[in-house]
Design a protein. Sequence first.
Length: 432
Amino acid sequence: MYFGLLFALGLVGVLGWVFKNQAASVVAAPLPITTTAVPVTTTAVPTTTAAPTTTVAPTTTTTTSTSTTTTTTTTIPLSERELARIDSVFGDIAPKSVTATPNGLFFAQNMMYRHTVTVYDEQGSLLKTINDRVDLAEFGVEDGVVARGAPVEAASTSDGEYVYVSNYAMYGPGFGREPGDQCSDSGWDNSFLYRVDTNSLEIDQVIEVGAVPKFLAVTPNDEFVIVSNWCSYDVSIVDTRSGSEIARIDIGRHPRGVAISSDSSTAYVTEMGGTRIAIIPLDEIGRPESRIYPPNGADIRLGQWDLDFEIDWLDDVGRGPRSVVLSPDDKFLYATLNGEGRVIKIDLETREIVEKVRTGDAPRSMAISDDGEALYVVNYVSNTMSKVLTSEMEEVQELRTAEKPIGITVDPNTSNVWVSNYSGVLQIFEDQ
């Protein structure tokens, strides 16, 4: 019995020594790194699951992180949108054209039918009706009389501070009868441009140009206004600093559309009575030296204009080229062919027509989207507007307008398209 007790005590000692050494070996071994030993805290940013992005525009997907917020907007390309009319503007109007300004104004020229220019905001609310009656003597015209005009087209300066308006003819003592679009005679009276201050919406300058001025455009640098004179068969170049015509350039029968390159170096003018487009090198015009003299700060010209340049031509573009616009990169020129019912695309590097597309009957005026992806063309006889994609020159939509659509412009702020109709209505369309 005593021997058994001793044996048991010895066994306990041995086992204790074994357990002690095993415990020591476990403590001596390095602790494994685990992700569960210290819980990961994300209290600053709750864990979220982002919703999948869809292609419905506009779609906004927002992902929240510890320090930044990223917002992504997906926009439907123009090729997948459709024009829809969103409003119509009526009144005592017969708009020949409509022009948008960068500061959110819209000028509708009501020609000889109403003798007015009506000005609207982006919602189509009438801001003012400007009467075309002026006292030419008050504007420094020698032997000037009180006369009325006939507003045709308008063009804005780059900042929208001023808008220039062409007048088909002038009516008053000393002015003869209006020529009519056929210009069947010669020796027609010169007409005038009006300059409108967009802050006061008042005519603050008149400038004499050729007979029956129609389209006009302001160079992007605001130095010149280029005016096509329908019945004197020439183009007026107007210096905006002095408010005077400095040159006239013979074009041929019925100059019409004008487009100017983004660097203001070149003007393109259509010869609607033929098949050509003139190329005018504006960068070769030499401005005379001038000085500003006190006390009234008059800008006095000391020399003469250097106008020793030659125009070039894009020949055989088609019958009746009317309206022209340039792509934003100035690589392509687009023109409506009123005599063929087509719109053409000209590569200005090769001077070749690379594409043609047929729209409605008698495509007249045309505007281009800000990104250059789409042309909007009014078809006068068809009473429609066409949307043409410039990449393939494909008409993707033709929709009804009011009767006799004649003018068109794109709002640079909203991209809405405004159409003027001789029938007495302005229509506003959205590319949805």
